[in-house]
Design a binder for this molecule. Structure first.
Ligand code: NDP
Length: 295
């Protein structure tokens, strides 16, 4: 192997839909790629495309200087990585863990890695498998910046944008949690909206063009609100929290009239009413962000 090849060799541990996409992108970029998965057989197509299939984690690790881990969560990555023989094989190599979990789990894993002489970066993938290897992919990384810079040329093979968000190893997972909070809360709202719409005789297809319009309102709100949260103003100009609470009450009443659970909306409405009770009636809905941690 030439030294360039050694430097760019990469191993992917975990071949679920995302792990297979990552390995496929490395192969498409012409990088020597070794793959391993707990359940055998998921590597077949990748091997046909030129990947080396490893029979054990130790063998997979020994093949490359950079080990990308992409399993369901850190319970799984602990099972894969935290064994004596694997830790020994990882010594002096770099692990980039792209499995999703909490900031604390990333910090705990970094502590374990440091104790075993393993170089460690954490990462979060913010876009679906179809984006991997394309400009639409979004990756967030955290951990030692120098280490990130060293491996960035290989990580670039995954396409899209890569952002290093800080040396605190938990920071990528923290971004992931915050962003998935937006996503899943919105998806819960959409699922609920579909149920209410159906009860009123509106199909998902009929709702879709208008749902897209509602979705499009959010990006400018994120921009404007970021400024307001930064300076603590929470302006309700144009849409005060009193108006928001009235709209939420309509959703609760209509849902419950159809026997549909309105728990999520009731929680949001309750928080908005608390903000009003604390004298923030002329502020915008986002004022509740300051009250969420208080009982
Ligand atoms: P999953 O989240 O379902 O993860 C499947 C992978 O985890 C498989 O390789 C599976 O192995 C492995 N695994 C699960 N438990 C264990 C265990 N105890 N020991 C060893 N391996 C285990 O599918 P994805 O590939 O889609 O996701 C991987 C990660 O990527 C997740 O953290 C996910 O949140 C993240 N992600 C995924 C996105 C997507 O669009 N799919 C988007 C953004 C992030 P086996 O085949 O043996 O079951």
């Amino acid at each position: 192997m030439s030294s360039r090849t050694e430097q760019s060799a990469v191993t992917v541990l975990g071949l679920g839909p995302m792990g297979r996409s990552l390995a496929g992108a490395f192969l498409d970029a012409g990088l020597p790629t070794t793959v391993w998965n707990r359940t055998p057989g998921r590597d077949r197509e990748l091997i046909e495309r030129g990947a080396a299939g490893a029979l054990s984690v130790e063998a997979a690790v020994a093949a490359s200087g950079l080990i990308v881990v992409c399993v369901v969560n850190y319970d799984a990555s602990d099972v894969v990585l935290r064994r004596g023989a694997v830790a020994d094989a990882l010594k002096g190599r770099t692990v980039v863990n792209l499995s999703a979990d909490t900031p604390d789990r990333a910090r705990d894993t970094a502590g374990w890695a440091a104790g075993h002489g393993i170089r460690y970066l954490d990462g979060a993938i913010m876009t679906p498998i179809t984006t991997i290897g394309t400009p639409a992919a979004v990756f967030i990384h955290s951990g030692p910046e120098e280490l990130y810079r060293e491996h960035r040329p290989v990580l670039d093979a995954l396409g899209g944008t890569h952002t290093h968000v800080g040396e605190d190893i938990g920071r990528a997972a923290a971004y992931d949690i915050a962003l998935l909070d937006i996503f899943w809360t919105a998806m819960a709202g959409y699922a609920h909206a579909l149920a209410v719409a159906k009860a009123e005789g509106i199909t998902a297809r009929e709702l879709a063009p208008f749902a897209k319009g509602i979705g499009a309102i959010l990006p400018p709100v994120f921009e404007q609100t970021a400024q307001e949260v930064g300076n603590g103003s929470f302006s309700g100009e144009g849409n005060p929290i009193t108006s928001a609470v009235s709209s939420m009450a309509h959703i609760v009443h209509t849902s419950e009239a159809h026997g549909i659970d309105a728990g999520v909306m009731r929680a949001a409405e309750g928080m908005a009413r608390r903000a009003i009770g604390r004298g923030h009636a002329t502020d915008g809905f986002i004022r509740i962000t300051e009250l969420l941690g208080r009982r």
